[in-house]
Design a protein around this ligand. Structure first.
Ligand SMILES: [Zn+2]
Length: 255
């Protein structure tokens, strides 16, 4: 086992695990961004449906009211005929009362019908303009969804890439370390921590000097006595975090 290589793969695994998690949560959260707009739209649509139902109800009421008025008109006509055909004052008085009653009833009903018709026409106009608002919102939602589907497929492509990188790193880590890595990652959030100036960066405890010296030799993978994370001396891996066989020692001329 090459300790350096194992550590490098473990770190690659850790980095790509973080990346995969980030991309996964971004891909889950992105579609939810349109939820407020969807909620607004559904609420508005519900209100409009309610108003439309009321208008239909009012229309039905108007129709039945109109039928009643037509019937009252017929009754009014026959009352008038009775009035003309009345043979004595008793009949005349009765018919004349009926004519007056029908006339008043027709006037009352027509007055009410007029008021309701006006209100209903205003309601219909308002409904039409609100329908346009809803259409506008719906168009906004559709175009946002279109834009988002582009972003989403981009995210999914990145996620697939990150997952492939992670799987490749996992395949390189020896089983015993993988087991420890998974347990620690689940328990502590992440499993591999650098040691800087003798201090574990996972839990900020100063390692026993002896352990720090063992780490300097890079002959074994050790764990922090406090947080149990797999630890390594940062300065030993940092100059070349990639498992590149040869790092360029000679610096390129600047500018
Ligand atoms: Zn620690």
């Amino acid at each position: 086992m090459n300790v350096r290589e194992q550590l490098v793969f473990l770190l690659q695994l850790q980095q790509s695990d973080v990346k995969v998690r980030e991309l996964q949560s971004a891909a889950t959260q992105l579609p939810a961004k349109l939820d407020p707009l969807r909620r607004d739209l559904a609420k508005l649509q519900g209100m409009l449906d309610g108003e439309r139902a009321k208008l239909t109800e009012t229309d039905n009421w108007r129709k039945s009211q109109q039928e009643l008025i037509d019937r009252e008109r017929d009754a009014f006509k026959s009352a008038q005929q009775k009035l003309q055909a009345s043979k004595n004052s008793k009949e005349f008085n009765a018919a004349s009362r009926e004519v007056e009653n029908k006339k008043k009833s027709i006037q009352d009903r027509e007055g009410e019908l007029k008021k309701v018709s006006e209100a209903s026409a205003a309601g219909a106009t308002q409904l039409t303009s609100r329908d346009k608002d809803v259409e506008g919102l719906r168009a906004e939602l559709t175009s946002s969804e279109d834009a988002m589907s582009g972003q989403l497929s981009e995210l999914h492509a990145k996620l697939a890439e990150a997952t492939a990188t992670r799987d490749a790193a996992r395949a390189e880590v020896e089983k015993q370390w993988l087991k420890i890595y998974d347990t620690l990652a689940a328990k502590r959030g992440y499993a591999v921590a650098p040691v800087v100036k003798g201090v574990c960066q996972g839990c900020h405890m100063a390692l026993p000097p002896q352990l720090n010296n063992i780490l300097a030799r890079m002959e074994s993978i050790e764990t922090c006595p406090r947080c149990s994370r797999l630890v390594y001396r940062k300065e030993l891996l940092d100059p070349k975090p990639e498992p590149a066989p040869a790092a360029a020692e000679d610096a390129k001329p600047e500018s």
